[in-house]
Design a protein around this ligand. Structure first.
Ligand code: ADP
Ligand code: MG
Ligand code: MG
Length: 945
């Protein structure tokens, strides 16, 4: 029989830490802590398997689940010596959700289940604490009413406020038993009004209701959004934990709290957290009362504090990772309610991973697995310009929940954040407190600022996870979300006004602030010495461990020397893609490029005709020769100007390209530099047709006669633009098709490459140019382009090669190129997968138009991820595999890399590692991510050795 229910208690548990999939993170943590002999209130976990069956059956469960639940409950009752629903001495439980991956705040917990009108009196009698009993009951009705019965929280809040007002109570805590009785009565009325039924009094009905609500919450929209944002599959399901209640709300010797074994924001080795006395459950994170720093617990409950430190230190060593824990103290006795590996900022992740190695807890290899490659990105986020920062006077201070500098226009709702962001504005989301429903707004905001809540509030947790600068609990903010106004001291801000936050200090500054690169970036750029940055040292240490492990080489996509320099400093050892056309847009070049384009067709034809005639002339005699000369003169007359324009423009471009390439070679210090010949459709360099038409019309209106020359020029351009117009430019005259029809362009570029190489080599710097022909579908294309490249190489480098070794290879980015890779490999000296185009053509998805429906595809589960971000391993990946297999079938040592955007995407990197590529190439800022991801790929699936 399938086991659906797993017991934990009395020092033993059915589960353990390796059963997250089945028991959820919370359930497996409770089991592991129980097995370790820690004080955990006993209970049982209903597995994720039951949740999945619940959905398969459309909302019901097989009888075995109920039977096993009853069995576990009976066992729990026996252990505790109390019965659920017993009016005299009731067993109370919490019902808690918990999936494999923690989803903070996504699903609600129900506490004090088992209370009803009679058992609340039993609880009072048993504890002699009427206030406590009533407080527990009113909380239960509120949570159950909201989570299970679907009644809005506000309905209850109103009831509570009314009673508070009546009794002139400032806080919930000031309500006595009598007042709480009134709250309970009001709450029960709310339930009757909303559900037309009295509040359920039967404890087993309560339990079933709560369990089903947890299962249902798995598919609520916020949970679905959260999973989508975090790449968590929807079919994992959640477990349900039913656990004996312990009470932090029994008076001042009781408390509840949360904490981390290290600072999750900075990574510093310090005990970190918050607690509240005489409180229960979510009070600490809900932001209703401001919690105390955990250090203060030492003063009020020293014994419990010492025990907590001892237990959590043990947990950290046991799990070999920072622990994020939850605890409750009931009348000075400590209970552990949860432990899990703590979420942390990228900054903290680096510090912690390296520190744990230095403390001997982790090996370097283990440490590598503790840092999300993506998280490294956060270290490269901007900080405020230090000078400006020193001058700026903060208007308010909150808790520094997630580091980094953010500047943006204030918005007050998540929807507004999205709306503004879509218009291209940078926004800062300001809220009283955030709730899971705000996630879409948080994800587009530059930063998050809340008025209430502590370091473990929703905004803080989610902000850290997203790597968003966040400040929480900034009490000085007076927010009027309805009127879209924010008051800080005497200043009133409206929607759209600029605000800056410093997530590292908690400072709120009421103006726009210039930002500057991160500390790591400053070191990389040579503006800060490595010895002055502890962060940089740890960053480099971790990545140096990664370099020792990884098998994939890491190169960068860089077009200009400045980017190449950054890439090299980040650890790129080679350039995998230099897009030569990007340089065409640089200052002072575009006119030559335009001239080249406008004259290319006729100019090339003139050159071709001339050459043919000259060849014939060489062999011709007498009258024949005279005839050919006449023809030559005709050609010269007809095409002379075009040829002059064409070759003239190329001549101008040559030294510019040469200088760019020389810069790249120098910055790469002898590592290979792959330069791609011209790739994009030519119209990309010309103005838009509509713009030109408008310009002509405007000139005409201003005076035909006066503007004759400009009008003629524009019209000429317009004609060229119209001639070059293509219906499907991405499948049109581009890539090697350009170089084949206009070989002079390839020739010029090849010449520039080899002249640059020779120049640099002569200075004693080794160079390794790799000339890459794009968009090859047929081996013949490569063969012809390669011929031109080799001719130029020989012409420039001379017989002895001038000490320059070069390769000529191709991009594999057209499906036909991939499936005929064996033929292509006979000509190619290397392959580089252009996975952007390969995805575009493999899927038949236009990169420029797909955004419109790709999101729909993802939201509706047709595609899990954007295939332009993460390589579609199942489909496009096969083209890559075929290309590798066929290519290496012909040339076993063929060097193969990838230069599409996917080269910097961790999951794609795992794929490239697996299929045996030699290197990935990505944008300079993703190089650190790629280094780490490549190491993780090797640790997960070793190849080589
Ligand atoms: P979340 O996943 O949102 O953290 P939890 O299930 O961990 O939700 O519950 C939130 C809080 O409820 C806990 O931190 C704890 O304070 C309280 N809680 C849950 N179960 C119990 C229990 N059995 N006894 C006392 N408090 C509990
Ligand atoms: Mg929790
Ligand atoms: Mg391409």
């Amino acid at each position: 029989m399938t086991q659906y229910v797993y017991f934990f208690g009395d020092g033993k548990a059915d589960g353990n830490k390796d059963m997250k999939e089945l028991l959820g993170g919370k359930g497996s943590g409770l089991a592991e802590m129980t097995n370790a002999g820690l004080p955990v209130p006993p209970g049982f976990t209903i597995s994720t398997r039951a949740c999945n069956i619940y959905y398969e059956r459309g909302g019901s469960l097989p009888p075995e689940v109920d039977e096993q639940t009853d069995g576990a409950l009976a066992r729990l009752e026996a252990l505790m010596g109390k019965r659920l629903g017993d009016p005299a001495d009731p067993l109370l439980v919490s019902v808690r959700s918990g999936a494999k991956f923690s989803m903070p705040g996504m699903m609600d917990t129900i506490l004090n289940l088992g209370l009803n009108d009679r058992s609340v009196e039993g609880l009072k009698a048993k504890t002699g604490n009427g206030r406590f009993a009533k407080d527990s009951y009113r909380r239960f009705i509120q949570m159950y009413g909201n989570v299970v019965l679907g009644i809005e929280k506000d309905r209850f809040e109103h009831g509570l406020s009314a009673v508070k007002k009546k009794y002139k109570a400032a806080a919930d805590l000031d309500l006595g038993e009598k007042a709480l009785d009134e709250v309970i009565a009001r709450y029960k009325e709310v339930v009757e009004e909303e559900t037309h039924r009295p509040f359920p009094q039967d404890a087993r009905e309560q339990l079933r209701g709560a369990r089903d609500a947890v299962f249902k919450s798995w598919m609520n929209p916020r949970a679905i959004t959260y999973r989508r944002l975090n790449d968590i599959p929807h079919d994992l399901g959640t477990a349900v934990n039913v656990q004996t209640m312990v009470f932090g709300n029994m008076g001042d010797t009781s408390a509840t709290g949360v904490g981390f074994t290290r600072n999750p924001s900075t990574g510093a080795k310090e005990f970190y957290g918050e607690f509240l006395q005489n409180a229960q459950g979510e009070d600490v994170v809900a932001g209703i009362r401001t919690p105390h720093p955990i250090a203060d617990l030492k003063k009020v409950m020293p014994a419990a504090y010492e025990q907590l430190r001892e237990i959590t230190t043990r947990l950290e060593r046991h799990y070999k990772d920072v622990q994020d824990f939850e605890f409750t103290i009931q009348e000075n006795k400590l209970y552990m309610l949860q432990t899990r590996n703590g979420k942390r900022t990228g900054l903290a992740a680096i510090h912690i991973a390296v520190d744990l190695v230095e403390e001997g807890v982790l090996t370097p290899r283990e440490a590598l697995m503790k840092v999300e490659p993506q998280a490294l990105d956060q270290l490269l986020h901007p900080v405020f310009d230090p000078k400006e920062r020193a001058k700026a006077k903060p208007a308010a201070k909150g808790l520094p929940a997630s580091p980094g500098a953010a500047t943006g226009a204030v918005v007050f709702t998540a929807d507004d954040a999205v709306a503004w962001a879509q218009k291209g504005k940078r926004v800062l989301l300001v809220r009283m407190e955030t709730v899971p429903d705000d996630i879409h707004g948080m994800s587009v905001a530059q930063g998050i600022l809340t008025a209430t809540g502590g370091m473990t509030s929703h905004a803080a947790v989610v902000g850290r996870q997203m790597g968003k600068p966040s400040i929480v609990g900034c009490g000085a903010l007076e927010i009027d979300a309805k009127k879209k106004k924010l008051k800080v001291g005497k200043t009133v801000l409206e929607e759209g006004d600029p605000v800056s936050i410093d997530g590292s200090t908690g400072d709120v500054i009421l103006k726009e602030m210039p930002t500057s690169p991160s500390e790591v970036l400053r070191v990389v750029a040579g503006r800060l010495k490595p010895s002055q940055s502890v962060l940089y040292q740890k960053f480099e240490k971790l990545l140096s461990w990664a370099d020792e492990v990884r098998r994939l080489g890491i190169r960068a996509n860089a077009d200009i020397p400045r980017d190449a320099k950054v890439a090299f400093a980040f650890g790129a050892r080679g350039i995998g893609l230099c897009r030569t056309e990007h340089m065409f847009f640089a200052d002072g070049r575009l006119p030559h490029v335009v001239k080249m384009i406008l004259s290319a067709a006729r100019g090339q034809r003139g050159l071709d005709l001339t050459k043919r005639l000259k060849d014939r002339l060489a062999e011709a005699r007498g009258s024949q020769a005279a005839e050919i000369r006449k023809e030559l003169a005709k050609v010269r007359k007809e095409y002379g100007k075009h040829v002059a324009d064409y070759t003239g423009a190329l001549k101008k471009l040559l030294p510019m390209q040469r200088a760019d390439f020389a810069g790249l070679f120098r910055e790469m210090h002898g590592n290979p530099v792959t330069i791609r010949t011209l790739d994009p459709p030519l119209h990309e360099f010309l103005p838009k047709r509509e713009e030109l038409m408008v310009q002509v019309a405007v000139l005409r209106a201003k005076g035909e006669a006066r503007n004759r020359r400009s009008i003629a020029e524009k019209e000429k351009l317009l004609r060229a633009v119209e001639e070059l117009h293509e219906f499907n430019p991405m499948l049109g005259h581009r890539g090697c098709r350009l170089g084949i029809t206009y070989p002079e362009i390839t020739r010029m570029q090849a010449r520039a490459i080899f002249e640059a190489a020779l120049q640099v080599a002569k200075r004693g710097i080794p160079v390794k140019p790799e000339v890459m022909i794009p968009l090859v579908a047929h081996v013949e294309e490569l063969k012809r382009q390669k011929q031109i490249v080799i001719e130029e190489a020989q012409a420039v480098l001379g017989k002895d090669g001038g000490g320059v070794e070069y390769l000529v290879g191709t991009m594999i980015e057209v499906p036909r190129g991939a499936v005929t890779a064996d033929e292509v490999a006979r000509e190619a000296e290397f392959f580089s997968f252009g996975t952007n185009d390969l995805t575009q053509m493999g899927f038949g998805l236009s990169r420029d138009d797909a955004a419109k429906f790709l999101l729909y595809y993802q939201e509706h589960g047709i595609l899990e991820k954007d295939p332009f971000v993460s390589l579609d391993a199942a489909g496009v990946g096969q083209l890559v595999e075929i290309g590798v297999r066929k290519g290496r079938g012909v040339k076993p040592d063929l060097k193969i890399g990838v230069c599409g955007e996917h080269g910097g995407d961790p999951s794609s990197i795992h794929f490239f590692h697996k299929v045996g590529l030699n290197y990935v190439s990505c944008s300079p800022y993703r190089v650190p991510i790629a280094r780490l991801a490549a190491a993780q790929a090797q640790l997960e699936k070793p190849v080589g050795d």
